[in-house]
Design a protein around this ligand. Structure first.
Ligand code: PA5
Length: 417
Protein backbone atom coordinates (compact mmCIF):
# COMPACT_ATOMS: atom_id res chain seq x y z
CA UNK A 1 0.00 0.00 0.00
CA UNK A 2 1.40 3.43 -0.95
CA UNK A 3 0.33 5.04 2.33
CA UNK A 4 0.02 2.66 5.23
CA UNK A 5 -1.65 3.43 8.56
CA UNK A 6 -0.22 1.50 11.51
CA UNK A 7 -2.31 1.68 14.68
CA UNK A 8 0.68 0.44 16.70
CA UNK A 9 -0.34 -0.32 20.30
CA UNK A 10 -3.67 1.44 20.32
CA UNK A 11 -5.60 -1.75 21.06
CA UNK A 12 -4.22 -1.44 24.61
CA UNK A 13 -5.60 2.09 24.96
CA UNK A 14 -8.81 2.30 22.92
CA UNK A 15 -11.99 0.46 23.89
CA UNK A 16 -12.65 -2.03 21.09
CA UNK A 17 -16.45 -1.80 21.12
CA UNK A 18 -16.45 1.97 21.22
CA UNK A 19 -14.01 2.08 18.31
CA UNK A 20 -16.04 -0.43 16.26
CA UNK A 21 -19.26 1.53 16.72
CA UNK A 22 -17.65 4.84 15.76
CA UNK A 23 -15.92 3.15 12.82
CA UNK A 24 -19.29 2.07 11.43
CA UNK A 25 -20.64 5.62 11.85
CA UNK A 26 -17.53 6.99 10.17
CA UNK A 27 -17.93 4.66 7.19
CA UNK A 28 -21.54 5.80 6.76
CA UNK A 29 -20.42 9.45 6.92
CA UNK A 30 -17.71 8.80 4.33
CA UNK A 31 -20.34 7.45 1.97
CA UNK A 32 -22.65 10.38 2.66
CA UNK A 33 -19.85 12.92 2.05
CA UNK A 34 -18.70 11.25 -1.17
CA UNK A 35 -22.26 11.17 -2.52
CA UNK A 36 -23.20 14.74 -1.57
CA UNK A 37 -22.88 16.94 -4.65
CA UNK A 38 -22.78 20.09 -2.54
CA UNK A 39 -19.37 18.90 -1.28
CA UNK A 40 -17.00 19.36 -4.19
CA UNK A 41 -13.59 18.14 -3.01
CA UNK A 42 -14.55 14.47 -3.38
CA UNK A 43 -15.24 14.95 -7.11
CA UNK A 44 -11.86 16.54 -7.88
CA UNK A 45 -9.85 13.29 -8.19
CA UNK A 46 -12.26 12.14 -10.91
CA UNK A 47 -11.55 14.99 -13.33
CA UNK A 48 -8.67 16.38 -15.38
CA UNK A 49 -10.74 19.46 -16.22
CA UNK A 50 -8.55 21.74 -14.11
CA UNK A 51 -5.31 20.24 -15.45
CA UNK A 52 -6.52 20.88 -19.00
CA UNK A 53 -7.71 24.38 -18.20
CA UNK A 54 -4.34 25.21 -16.62
CA UNK A 55 -2.60 24.17 -19.85
CA UNK A 56 -5.00 26.27 -21.91
CA UNK A 57 -4.19 29.33 -19.77
CA UNK A 58 -0.43 28.65 -19.78
CA UNK A 59 -0.45 28.52 -23.60
CA UNK A 60 -1.81 32.07 -23.69
CA UNK A 61 0.90 33.56 -21.46
CA UNK A 62 4.10 35.20 -22.74
CA UNK A 63 6.88 32.76 -23.62
CA UNK A 64 9.92 34.19 -21.85
CA UNK A 65 8.57 33.80 -18.30
CA UNK A 66 10.85 32.31 -15.63
CA UNK A 67 8.94 33.21 -12.45
CA UNK A 68 5.39 32.82 -11.17
CA UNK A 69 4.33 35.07 -8.32
CA UNK A 70 1.29 33.72 -6.46
CA UNK A 71 -0.66 36.15 -4.31
CA UNK A 72 -3.02 34.27 -2.00
CA UNK A 73 -3.42 33.25 1.62
CA UNK A 74 -4.67 30.29 3.70
CA UNK A 75 -6.32 27.72 1.49
CA UNK A 76 -5.31 29.78 -1.53
CA UNK A 77 -1.60 29.30 -0.77
CA UNK A 78 -0.81 26.35 1.48
CA UNK A 79 -1.59 23.54 -0.99
CA UNK A 80 0.75 24.86 -3.68
CA UNK A 81 3.41 25.61 -1.05
CA UNK A 82 3.24 22.03 0.24
CA UNK A 83 3.71 20.48 -3.21
CA UNK A 84 6.30 23.03 -4.34
CA UNK A 85 8.48 22.41 -1.30
CA UNK A 86 8.22 18.63 -1.52
CA UNK A 87 9.31 18.58 -5.17
CA UNK A 88 11.71 21.52 -5.51
CA UNK A 89 13.83 19.61 -8.01
CA UNK A 90 10.93 19.22 -10.44
CA UNK A 91 10.35 22.96 -10.80
CA UNK A 92 11.03 24.52 -14.18
CA UNK A 93 10.23 28.07 -13.04
CA UNK A 94 10.69 29.92 -9.80
CA UNK A 95 7.45 29.73 -7.81
CA UNK A 96 7.09 32.52 -5.26
CA UNK A 97 4.04 32.27 -3.01
CA UNK A 98 3.46 35.45 -1.06
CA UNK A 99 1.03 34.69 1.74
CA UNK A 100 1.80 37.50 4.11
CA UNK A 101 1.61 41.28 4.07
CA UNK A 102 4.90 41.78 5.87
CA UNK A 103 6.32 44.83 4.05
CA UNK A 104 9.89 43.59 4.47
CA UNK A 105 9.10 40.39 2.54
CA UNK A 106 7.15 42.29 -0.10
CA UNK A 107 10.06 44.68 -0.47
CA UNK A 108 12.57 41.88 -0.86
CA UNK A 109 10.41 40.03 -3.43
CA UNK A 110 9.75 43.24 -5.36
CA UNK A 111 13.37 44.33 -5.45
CA UNK A 112 14.56 41.09 -7.04
CA UNK A 113 11.67 40.91 -9.53
CA UNK A 114 11.90 41.20 -13.30
CA UNK A 115 8.30 42.02 -14.39
CA UNK A 116 9.13 41.23 -18.02
CA UNK A 117 9.80 37.59 -17.07
CA UNK A 118 7.15 37.20 -14.37
CA UNK A 119 3.51 36.16 -14.32
CA UNK A 120 1.28 37.10 -11.39
CA UNK A 121 -1.40 34.63 -10.30
CA UNK A 122 -3.72 36.32 -7.81
CA UNK A 123 -5.85 33.74 -6.04
CA UNK A 124 -8.85 34.53 -3.87
CA UNK A 125 -12.04 32.51 -3.92
CA UNK A 126 -14.05 35.30 -2.36
CA UNK A 127 -12.17 37.92 -4.35
CA UNK A 128 -12.30 40.21 -1.36
CA UNK A 129 -9.51 39.04 0.97
CA UNK A 130 -7.42 42.02 1.98
CA UNK A 131 -4.00 40.32 1.80
CA UNK A 132 -3.98 39.22 -1.86
CA UNK A 133 -5.93 42.31 -2.91
CA UNK A 134 -3.44 44.70 -1.30
CA UNK A 135 -0.49 42.75 -2.73
CA UNK A 136 -2.14 42.79 -6.14
CA UNK A 137 -2.58 46.57 -6.02
CA UNK A 138 1.12 46.86 -5.19
CA UNK A 139 2.47 44.50 -7.86
CA UNK A 140 0.06 45.77 -10.51
CA UNK A 141 1.47 49.23 -9.94
CA UNK A 142 5.05 47.97 -10.03
CA UNK A 143 4.49 46.08 -13.30
CA UNK A 144 2.49 48.89 -14.89
CA UNK A 145 5.24 51.42 -14.20
CA UNK A 146 7.79 49.22 -15.89
CA UNK A 147 5.80 47.57 -18.68
CA UNK A 148 2.69 49.71 -19.20
CA UNK A 149 -0.88 48.49 -18.67
CA UNK A 150 -1.26 46.37 -21.82
CA UNK A 151 1.87 44.26 -21.15
CA UNK A 152 1.00 43.99 -17.45
CA UNK A 153 -2.45 42.64 -18.20
CA UNK A 154 -0.90 39.90 -20.38
CA UNK A 155 1.08 38.73 -17.35
CA UNK A 156 -1.82 38.28 -14.92
CA UNK A 157 -3.96 35.25 -14.18
CA UNK A 158 -6.88 35.63 -11.78
CA UNK A 159 -8.27 32.63 -9.88
CA UNK A 160 -11.56 33.43 -8.18
CA UNK A 161 -15.28 32.74 -7.96
CA UNK A 162 -17.22 32.38 -11.21
CA UNK A 163 -19.37 35.46 -10.53
CA UNK A 164 -18.70 37.17 -7.22
CA UNK A 165 -16.03 39.60 -6.02
CA UNK A 166 -13.96 42.45 -7.35
CA UNK A 167 -11.39 40.12 -8.96
CA UNK A 168 -14.06 38.62 -11.22
CA UNK A 169 -15.15 42.15 -12.14
CA UNK A 170 -11.55 43.06 -12.93
CA UNK A 171 -11.03 39.94 -15.04
CA UNK A 172 -14.18 40.64 -17.04
CA UNK A 173 -13.67 44.37 -17.47
CA UNK A 174 -9.95 44.31 -18.29
CA UNK A 175 -9.97 41.05 -20.25
CA UNK A 176 -7.56 39.31 -17.85
CA UNK A 177 -7.02 35.53 -18.11
CA UNK A 178 -8.98 33.85 -15.35
CA UNK A 179 -9.95 30.53 -13.80
CA UNK A 180 -12.78 29.56 -11.50
CA UNK A 181 -12.72 28.07 -8.02
CA UNK A 182 -15.69 25.67 -7.94
CA UNK A 183 -18.41 27.07 -5.68
CA UNK A 184 -18.72 23.78 -3.78
CA UNK A 185 -15.01 23.59 -2.84
CA UNK A 186 -13.78 25.61 0.15
CA UNK A 187 -10.31 27.21 0.23
CA UNK A 188 -8.55 24.59 2.34
CA UNK A 189 -9.98 21.75 0.22
CA UNK A 190 -9.02 23.43 -3.05
CA UNK A 191 -5.49 22.26 -3.89
CA UNK A 192 -6.81 20.06 -6.72
CA UNK A 193 -8.72 22.98 -8.29
CA UNK A 194 -7.06 25.80 -10.31
CA UNK A 195 -5.97 27.21 -6.92
CA UNK A 196 -3.22 24.59 -6.66
CA UNK A 197 -3.19 23.01 -10.10
CA UNK A 198 -2.38 26.12 -12.16
CA UNK A 199 0.68 27.39 -10.25
CA UNK A 200 2.12 23.92 -9.80
CA UNK A 201 1.60 22.82 -13.39
CA UNK A 202 2.81 26.11 -14.83
CA UNK A 203 6.02 25.64 -12.85
CA UNK A 204 6.63 22.10 -14.04
CA UNK A 205 4.89 19.82 -11.53
CA UNK A 206 3.14 16.79 -13.01
CA UNK A 207 -0.35 17.61 -11.75
CA UNK A 208 -1.90 14.65 -13.58
CA UNK A 209 0.00 12.39 -11.18
CA UNK A 210 -1.20 14.48 -8.26
CA UNK A 211 -4.84 14.08 -9.30
CA UNK A 212 -4.26 10.44 -10.13
CA UNK A 213 -2.83 9.79 -6.68
CA UNK A 214 -5.94 11.30 -5.10
CA UNK A 215 -8.07 9.10 -7.35
CA UNK A 216 -6.16 5.95 -6.40
CA UNK A 217 -6.60 6.79 -2.73
CA UNK A 218 -10.31 7.37 -3.24
CA UNK A 219 -10.64 4.05 -5.08
CA UNK A 220 -8.88 2.20 -2.26
CA UNK A 221 -11.76 3.17 0.04
CA UNK A 222 -12.22 5.24 3.15
CA UNK A 223 -10.79 2.84 5.75
CA UNK A 224 -7.72 4.91 6.70
CA UNK A 225 -9.62 8.20 6.67
CA UNK A 226 -12.34 6.72 8.86
CA UNK A 227 -9.88 5.23 11.35
CA UNK A 228 -7.99 8.52 11.57
CA UNK A 229 -11.21 10.50 12.01
CA UNK A 230 -12.49 8.15 14.73
CA UNK A 231 -9.21 8.47 16.62
CA UNK A 232 -9.17 12.28 16.28
CA UNK A 233 -12.72 12.35 17.66
CA UNK A 234 -12.15 9.77 20.39
CA UNK A 235 -8.94 11.21 21.75
CA UNK A 236 -10.31 14.75 21.83
CA UNK A 237 -13.30 13.49 23.79
CA UNK A 238 -10.94 11.77 26.21
CA UNK A 239 -9.19 15.04 27.04
CA UNK A 240 -6.36 14.78 24.53
CA UNK A 241 -6.69 18.38 23.35
CA UNK A 242 -3.49 18.44 21.36
CA UNK A 243 -2.64 16.46 18.25
CA UNK A 244 1.07 16.40 17.51
CA UNK A 245 1.90 15.77 13.86
CA UNK A 246 5.47 14.49 13.91
CA UNK A 247 6.88 14.55 10.41
CA UNK A 248 10.12 12.64 9.76
CA UNK A 249 10.95 14.29 6.45
CA UNK A 250 12.19 17.76 5.55
CA UNK A 251 10.47 17.59 2.16
CA UNK A 252 7.12 16.60 3.64
CA UNK A 253 7.20 19.21 6.40
CA UNK A 254 4.99 21.71 4.57
CA UNK A 255 2.38 19.00 4.20
CA UNK A 256 2.12 19.44 7.96
CA UNK A 257 1.36 23.15 7.53
CA UNK A 258 -1.32 22.39 4.95
CA UNK A 259 -2.84 19.68 7.18
CA UNK A 260 -2.69 21.91 10.24
CA UNK A 261 -4.88 24.50 8.50
CA UNK A 262 -7.29 21.87 7.23
CA UNK A 263 -7.54 20.38 10.72
CA UNK A 264 -7.84 23.66 12.62
CA UNK A 265 -10.25 25.59 10.40
CA UNK A 266 -12.46 22.62 9.68
CA UNK A 267 -12.76 21.14 13.15
CA UNK A 268 -12.33 24.05 15.57
CA UNK A 269 -15.97 25.04 16.00
CA UNK A 270 -18.09 26.67 18.66
CA UNK A 271 -21.54 25.42 17.65
CA UNK A 272 -22.77 22.06 16.41
CA UNK A 273 -25.25 21.66 13.58
CA UNK A 274 -28.15 21.89 16.05
CA UNK A 275 -26.97 25.22 17.41
CA UNK A 276 -25.61 23.87 20.71
CA UNK A 277 -22.42 25.43 21.99
CA UNK A 278 -19.83 22.60 21.86
CA UNK A 279 -16.42 24.28 21.40
CA UNK A 280 -14.71 21.27 19.82
CA UNK A 281 -11.47 20.71 17.97
CA UNK A 282 -8.04 19.59 19.09
CA UNK A 283 -5.09 21.93 18.67
CA UNK A 284 -2.66 20.71 16.03
CA UNK A 285 1.05 21.05 16.70
CA UNK A 286 3.71 20.45 14.11
CA UNK A 287 7.00 18.76 14.90
CA UNK A 288 9.83 17.81 12.59
CA UNK A 289 11.69 14.56 13.05
CA UNK A 290 14.43 14.19 14.04
CA UNK A 291 15.09 17.89 14.69
CA UNK A 292 12.33 18.47 17.23
CA UNK A 293 13.25 15.40 19.27
CA UNK A 294 15.79 17.78 20.72
CA UNK A 295 13.30 20.55 21.42
CA UNK A 296 9.80 19.13 22.02
CA UNK A 297 10.05 15.46 23.04
CA UNK A 298 10.95 16.24 26.65
CA UNK A 299 7.53 17.89 27.00
CA UNK A 300 5.74 15.10 25.15
CA UNK A 301 7.29 12.39 27.29
CA UNK A 302 7.03 13.99 30.70
CA UNK A 303 4.54 16.87 30.41
CA UNK A 304 0.72 16.88 30.66
CA UNK A 305 -1.25 13.86 29.40
CA UNK A 306 -3.18 16.01 26.93
CA UNK A 307 -1.73 14.84 23.61
CA UNK A 308 -2.09 12.23 20.95
CA UNK A 309 0.44 11.68 18.20
CA UNK A 310 0.47 11.04 14.47
CA UNK A 311 3.90 10.13 13.14
CA UNK A 312 4.70 10.35 9.43
CA UNK A 313 7.69 8.68 7.83
CA UNK A 314 8.92 7.92 4.32
CA UNK A 315 9.93 4.31 3.84
CA UNK A 316 12.18 4.55 0.78
CA UNK A 317 14.36 7.64 0.68
CA UNK A 318 17.44 8.62 -1.29
CA UNK A 319 20.15 7.40 1.00
CA UNK A 320 23.72 8.15 2.07
CA UNK A 321 26.15 5.81 3.78
CA UNK A 322 27.89 6.93 6.97
CA UNK A 323 31.50 6.01 6.17
CA UNK A 324 34.01 4.15 8.29
CA UNK A 325 36.02 7.30 8.93
CA UNK A 326 37.72 8.37 12.19
CA UNK A 327 38.27 4.64 12.79
CA UNK A 328 40.68 5.23 15.68
CA UNK A 329 37.68 6.39 17.76
CA UNK A 330 36.10 3.04 18.66
CA UNK A 331 33.16 4.72 20.40
CA UNK A 332 31.95 5.93 16.98
CA UNK A 333 32.17 2.54 15.28
CA UNK A 334 28.50 1.63 15.90
CA UNK A 335 27.67 4.01 13.02
CA UNK A 336 29.98 2.29 10.53
CA UNK A 337 28.13 0.87 7.53
CA UNK A 338 24.81 2.42 8.62
CA UNK A 339 22.97 4.87 6.40
CA UNK A 340 21.31 8.16 7.29
CA UNK A 341 18.00 6.57 6.40
CA UNK A 342 18.59 3.82 8.94
CA UNK A 343 19.63 6.40 11.51
CA UNK A 344 16.50 8.49 10.89
CA UNK A 345 14.25 5.41 11.10
CA UNK A 346 15.91 4.25 14.31
CA UNK A 347 15.40 7.68 15.86
CA UNK A 348 11.76 7.71 14.77
CA UNK A 349 11.15 4.24 16.20
CA UNK A 350 13.03 5.16 19.36
CA UNK A 351 10.86 8.23 19.92
CA UNK A 352 7.65 6.32 19.26
CA UNK A 353 8.62 3.52 21.64
CA UNK A 354 9.69 5.98 24.33
CA UNK A 355 6.24 7.61 24.15
CA UNK A 356 4.43 4.26 23.97
CA UNK A 357 6.29 3.03 27.03
CA UNK A 358 4.39 5.72 28.93
CA UNK A 359 1.06 4.78 27.33
CA UNK A 360 0.86 7.79 25.01
CA UNK A 361 -1.61 7.22 22.13
CA UNK A 362 0.22 7.15 18.83
CA UNK A 363 -0.32 6.15 15.21
CA UNK A 364 2.10 5.94 12.30
CA UNK A 365 1.60 6.81 8.63
CA UNK A 366 4.24 5.15 6.50
CA UNK A 367 4.51 6.52 2.96
CA UNK A 368 6.38 4.11 0.71
CA UNK A 369 8.15 6.98 -1.13
CA UNK A 370 7.71 10.72 -1.49
CA UNK A 371 6.26 10.85 -5.00
CA UNK A 372 3.79 13.31 -6.52
CA UNK A 373 1.27 10.48 -6.75
CA UNK A 374 1.60 9.75 -3.02
CA UNK A 375 1.17 13.45 -2.25
CA UNK A 376 -2.15 13.25 -4.12
CA UNK A 377 -3.07 10.28 -1.95
CA UNK A 378 -2.26 12.18 1.25
CA UNK A 379 -4.36 15.12 0.09
CA UNK A 380 -7.46 13.00 -0.43
CA UNK A 381 -6.91 10.82 2.64
CA UNK A 382 -6.71 13.79 5.01
CA UNK A 383 -9.41 15.90 3.36
CA UNK A 384 -11.84 13.01 3.71
CA UNK A 385 -10.65 12.23 7.23
CA UNK A 386 -11.19 15.84 8.31
CA UNK A 387 -14.68 15.96 6.83
CA UNK A 388 -15.64 12.66 8.52
CA UNK A 389 -14.33 13.88 11.86
CA UNK A 390 -16.49 17.00 11.48
CA UNK A 391 -19.53 14.77 10.98
CA UNK A 392 -18.63 12.73 14.07
CA UNK A 393 -18.53 16.00 16.04
CA UNK A 394 -21.82 16.97 14.37
CA UNK A 395 -20.29 20.28 13.26
CA UNK A 396 -19.95 21.85 9.82
CA UNK A 397 -16.34 21.20 8.74
CA UNK A 398 -16.70 23.38 5.65
CA UNK A 399 -17.28 26.84 7.12
CA UNK A 400 -14.93 29.17 9.03
CA UNK A 401 -17.00 31.83 10.80
CA UNK A 402 -14.11 32.66 13.15
CA UNK A 403 -11.84 33.56 10.24
CA UNK A 404 -14.55 35.52 8.48
CA UNK A 405 -15.19 37.66 11.56
CA UNK A 406 -11.52 38.66 11.83
CA UNK A 407 -11.41 39.53 8.12
CA UNK A 408 -14.45 41.80 8.48
CA UNK A 409 -13.10 43.58 11.57
CA UNK A 410 -9.68 44.19 9.96
CA UNK A 411 -11.31 45.73 6.88
CA UNK A 412 -13.53 47.92 9.04
CA UNK A 413 -10.43 49.14 10.92
CA UNK A 414 -9.01 50.18 7.53
CA UNK A 415 -12.08 52.26 6.78
CA UNK A 416 -14.09 49.78 4.66
CA UNK A 417 -17.87 49.94 5.12
O1 PA5 B 1 -9.90 27.61 3.92
C1 PA5 B 1 -10.38 28.72 3.80
O2 PA5 B 1 -11.56 28.91 3.42
C2 PA5 B 1 -9.56 29.98 4.11
O3 PA5 B 1 -8.32 29.64 4.62
C3 PA5 B 1 -9.38 30.78 2.83
O4 PA5 B 1 -8.71 29.98 1.87
C4 PA5 B 1 -8.57 32.04 3.08
O5 PA5 B 1 -9.18 32.80 4.08
C5 PA5 B 1 -8.47 32.87 1.80
O6 PA5 B 1 -9.74 33.15 1.28
P1 PA5 B 1 -9.96 33.61 -0.21
O7 PA5 B 1 -9.50 32.51 -1.12
O8 PA5 B 1 -11.40 33.89 -0.34
O9 PA5 B 1 -9.12 34.84 -0.40
Amino acid sequence: MAVNLDLRKLQDIVNENEFKKLYQNGLAYAEEIEKDSSIGFTELPETLEHVNKAKEIADKLPENVDTLLVLGIGGSALGAKMVRDAFQNNLTKKLIILDNVDPETIYSVASSMNPEKTVINVISKSGTTVEPISQFKFFFNLFEKELGEAETLKRIVITTDREKGVLRKLADEKGILSMEVPANVGGRFSVLTPVGIFPLQYCGIDTKSLVNGALNEKKEGADKSVKGAVLDYLFFNKGKNIKVMFIYSDNLYRFGEWYLQLFAESLGKRFDRDGNEVKVGATGVLAKGVTDQHSQVQLYKEGPEDKFFAFFKIKNKKDILIPDSLSEYKELSYLNGKTFSKLMDAECEGTMQALENDGKPLILYEIDELSIENMGRLIYLFELQTAICGYLYNINPFDQPGVEEGKIIAKRLLGYN
